[in-house]
Design a protein around this ligand. Structure first.
Ligand code: CU
Length: 382
């Protein structure tokens, strides 16, 4: 993998604050209904109660509470933050997130599928064997052809998108194609991070904060890996497809906007400002350029009318090109709170924010209830 991501972006994503935030966000919304009352109370006291749990007591996905919107919204914020940072750095080798407009097929030179890996720490012998076989299957060509291609077709099909709420769509994507992509493109890590149980002193050892630890199958590390932004770019585009299929526009449609507890510094004003800040005029990009590099991130991109008429490809491509301009909307202060990773740009954050997250790790470590990362792929959800 040779995606030339600027070093400082990787280092920031690898910071302990970002790792803790992403890990905790996934942990509490997935495990909330499995926690005993006293643990729930401690999580609540720390300000991290998820308004919409993602899994029920039996750890099955909840489809009807809009938790899927939280999933889509929170990861959209992460993409916005990375995009903003890339826009600020302006490294010509990696000017913006390389969003996957379609999933890379087997043999893709830029995004090859790393070989399956074996987790020696996992459960008993049977567990380890089963898990290896799952990873092996997710990485196979046949899985791409049989599952990924059909999921991709389904989640981009306007007829299907009209049948589901955005919350249902988010959950279906999260549990199936999203979890599969995380595992499929994950490489063997140098080591397996243990849960913060008693042997770990109920904390996560700082050795796992090394920027090289970017294991795509661990929520403590996945967002450090550039493949994360590419695959979440694909996920994020489904929001725009859903909007197009359902005649929804603008950015005021969100019902699920939970991003975890936000840092206290740089808090936005309670009321949105009277006037939205002046937006930069969209940069015009010729259609051909857009085709060569369909990825767009923090910098607004618009096609000229001429470009739109001549854009090769279908109406869908034209729609996506237009939808991309709405990256502006994503940054509208009324539409979105600062990203979950609003620590970006705030080098002087309050130490208490991190202390709170460390405390929460301890609470979870002591109760010993964990979410099994992305390894639980639900293939029969649809
Ligand atoms: Cu995530």
């Amino acid at each position: 993998m040779t995606v030339p991501v600027p070093r400082e972006v990787i280092e920031l994503m690898a910071s302990r604050e970002h790792r803790l935030h992403h890990w905790l966000w996934h942990e509490v919304r997935n495990s909330w209904l499995s926690y005993p009352d006293d643990v729930q109370q401690k999580v609540r006291d720390l300000g991290w109660e998820p308004p919409r749990p993602a899994l029920d007591e039996r750890r099955r996905p909840i489809l009807d509470n809009d938790a899927g919107e939280d999933f889509l919204f929170m990861h959209r914020q992460m993409l916005v933050d990375v995009s903003r940072m890339l826009a600020r750095i302006q490294d010509p080798r990696y000017p913006r997130v390389l969003v996957w407009t379609t999933l890379p097929p087997p043999g893709d030179p830029v995004f090859p599928v790393p070989p399956p890996w074996f987790d020696p720490e996992r459960g008993d012998e049977v567990d380890r064997r089963t898990f290896f076989e799952t990873i092996q299957r997710l990485k196979s060509d046949i899985f791409y052809e049989k599952r990924l291609v059909s999921w991709q077709r389904l989640f981009t099909d306007p007829a299907f998108l009209r049948e589901v709420t955005l919350g249902e769509l988010g959950t279906l994507i999260e549990q199936s194609i999203h979890a599969s992509m995380h595992n499929r493109w994950s490489a063997a890590p140098a080591g397996f991070r243990p849960d913060p149980g008693p042997d770990q002193g109920h904390t996560i050892d700082p050795i796992w904060d090394d920027p090289r630890y970017d294991h795509l199958a661990d929520t403590y590390a996945s967002h450090v890996n550039p493949v994360f932004w590419s695959l979440h770019g694909w996920v994020d585009d489904r929001v725009e497809d859903w909007k197009a299929a359902n005649d929804v526009y603008g950015n005021f449609f969100w019902k699920g906007t939970w991003v975890g507890k936000m840092p206290r510094v740089g808090e936005p004003p309670e009321q949105p400002p009277e006037e939205a800040p002046a937006q930069q005029p969209p940069e015009e990009v010729p259609a051909d350029d857009l085709e060569l590099q369909p990825a767009a991130g923090g910098r607004p991109v618009a096609l000229t009318e001429h470009g739109l008429r001549h854009a090769r490809g279908s109406r869908v491509a034209a729609h996506r090109a237009v939808a991309r301009t709405q990256v502006l909307g994503r940054e509208h202060p009324q539409a979105a709170p600062p990203g979950a990773h609003a620590l970006l740009g705030h080098s002087h954050h309050a130490p208490s924010d991190r202390d709170e997250m460390e405390e929460l790790v301890k609470v979870i470590g002591e109760c010993g209830i964990y979410y099994q990362g992305y390894s639980r792929v639900v293939t029969d959800i649809l």
